[in-house]
Design a protein around this ligand. Sequence first.
Ligand SMILES: [Zn+2]
Length: 362
Amino acid sequence: MNRRDVLIASVAAGGSLLAARSGAATLAVRPDAELRLWDNHTGFGYEGPQDVSLLDHWRSAGAHYVCVNVGFDMAPWSSTFLAIADYTKAIAARSDMRLCATLADVQDAWRTGRMAVTFNIEGMGALNETLSLVELYYRLGVRQMLIAYNANNAAGGGCHDEDRGLTDFGRAVIREMNRVGMVVDCAHSGIRSGLEAMRLSDKPCIFSHANVRALHDHERNITDEQIKAVAATGGVVGINGLNLFLGRGPSTVEGVVRHIDYISKLVGPAHVGIALDCDPSGWTPPPPESLTPEMAALFEKYWPARQYSYDVKDDYLQPKALPQIARELTAQGYAEKDVRAIMGGNFMRVAAEVWAPRGMVA
Ligand SMILES: [Zn+2]
């Protein structure tokens, strides 16, 4: 099944479900004790069981952790379960990866030479307006979920839409995410909805993958007010490696470091990390003339032409850039402990503060 099929098909939930694992309640090491390459968001959508092979790009780059996307608001909500089922089975079959429920699991994966994996969801549309699904997704391995993917949904506003703030349902979801230990992610969401979520949340929030609007003016990028707000929660902004959001031509390591440096100077190096948003498959949106009217309307809703030009081809910084980013930070004078924090320690700190320590909701 390809991505387009996923978008148009309504698929039934199924497959074996991951039982939440229990782990130690405390973090065994300081988050910034070692250099860990933590990529907080993959950019490929669910395309069936074979997709797990795309993770080889991260594995061969030496990545220690990657958070895999299993659903977004453009796809039918139930396809999230199909993605989780297939990825869970495929990852379990790999001796060099581990689907993790706790930070103890993550550290165990590292001790045994495996890459740690968790899931994320882009948009509360995946809840089908059902609050109890937050805990179920958590038990299945989802550790962060954003409010809305670009367009408004039943929970709140998207960054390309007329954001009217969180709805009653959106506020209930934020509280439920706090309760179960799922990280509130304000990326892709409208400014007002994100700021409201950050005020409401009693745990650190993140922008899992979002760049600096002051450096490149795009609605997917975030303002200084948003950056200061997420830092005030104790959270982190993950810088992505997509040319569309970095600005200045093709994606480069220097371009990523430019955005890291801006946030580091604005709120400190404790509040920035990496989330490449890479799709190694090279998938790009089909040309407009090939779309049915329904698909064209869907694309315009979520990827409006005024913000997404077909003239600019997506250019993703690949996972092999992860160690290069660390080297570039060092070359630009960042202290070793700050490099370790930016490359993984900061997001690890958020996980330590937010994830349920035993992987199960009490
Ligand atoms: Zn995204």
